[in-house]
Design a protein around this ligand. Sequence first.
Ligand SMILES: Cc1cc2nc3c(=O)[nH]c(=O)nc-3n(C[C@H](O)[C@H](O)[C@H](O)COP(=O)(O)O)c2cc1C
Length: 375
Amino acid sequence: MKTTKTIVALLTNALLLLSCACSRAEDPQQPPVAVAGQSKVLVVYFSRAGEQYNVGVVKKGNTAFVAEEIAKQTGADLFEIKPKKDVYPKKYDDLTDYAKTEQRKKERPEYVGPVPNLKNYDVVFVGAPVWWGDWPMIMYSFFEKNDLAGKTLAPFCTHEGSGLSGFDKKLAKACPKGKVTKGFAMTGKDAQKDPKKVAAEVSKWLENIKVPKVSKKTSEVKAVKETSAIDSIDPQKEAFDKENVFGQGNFNAAFAQYFIGDSFLKQLTPKESPLQLFNVTFEPRCRNNWHIHHASKDGGQILVCTAGEGWYQAEGEAPVELKPGVTVYIPANVKHWHGAKKDKWFSHIAIEVPGENGSTEWLEPVSDEAYNALQ
Ligand SMILES: Cc1cc2nc3c(=O)[nH]c(=O)nc-3n(C[C@H](O)[C@H](O)[C@H](O)COP(=O)(O)O)c2cc1C
């Protein structure tokens, strides 16, 4: 009964989205996006084994078949997006319920990563099942966490009626500096059960978007493995998440160039507040570069440590250990850095002290030698 209701809801959604997908403009003038043998090509995909609509219980997800065929025909490497915590139910009805809530809350589930050497790839195929008319939220984690600027991004999906569901436009919005090609969609049932059709349609699409084919045997398709040491559930991170009551927020893409490692930002004040508070979370070993908050009068920064353990150091001074409850005042014009300990997650609230003629100057990274020497 519940399955019938879910299918009706999904297909109503599908019809609406189909009209949107069909009206996409095609670009016959599209220049080649890669030159055979010269571009490094990667396929990044998410797909679920278990119970799926129209195909029963499957050992390999529908989208995985399309991803592997693209890799086979283009010579691409393959990277599967796997959730760090496998919260997704194997039963179809439970999965649709779970995914709907995840989408409503705009969650950004963490995946096992990072993708090794992503910066070396010129063309990145990105694929996933359509979930409630959109990319699964975990794919937004990938789009938002990585620098995809300048790369050719080729979106594909499997679905059961919705077609492409605006995956191309949504991808372009999430990665405005990427070059998004025309997308590819096929039903999950065909992807699962009709390998000849998958091969023929993928081939047609690759010709259409002008990605060269290299005819590779399936056995040669190389799955690139994540380099993260964190496999599935990390007990330290779980305990930290409980302690980090202000929340981790999103990957801090805007300042990533000034950090070693991944940091995350959660804005705590409304945009209109004249004083802005952010909870900044650092993964283990993550630290910001040496920097200076300049001001001609007042200014500077206050750090209020909220969770985990980290360091603050002003130039020429001893490092200060940071733990929940510790507060640091950094006067304007003092060169300093802050970040996590080697083996600990860390969060602090950063408060920008109002001052005159304020600006931040970013300087050199904290060297591994200096950082590793901290006990
Ligand atoms: C949570 C969830 C939501 C779905 N939403 C849609 C949808 O909005 N439109 C659609 O056509 N199919 C929808 N489907 C069907 C899947 O897109 C389809 O079965 C897909 O091939 C599954 O791919 P996978 O096996 O690679 O995960 C949904 C399936 C699930 C599990």
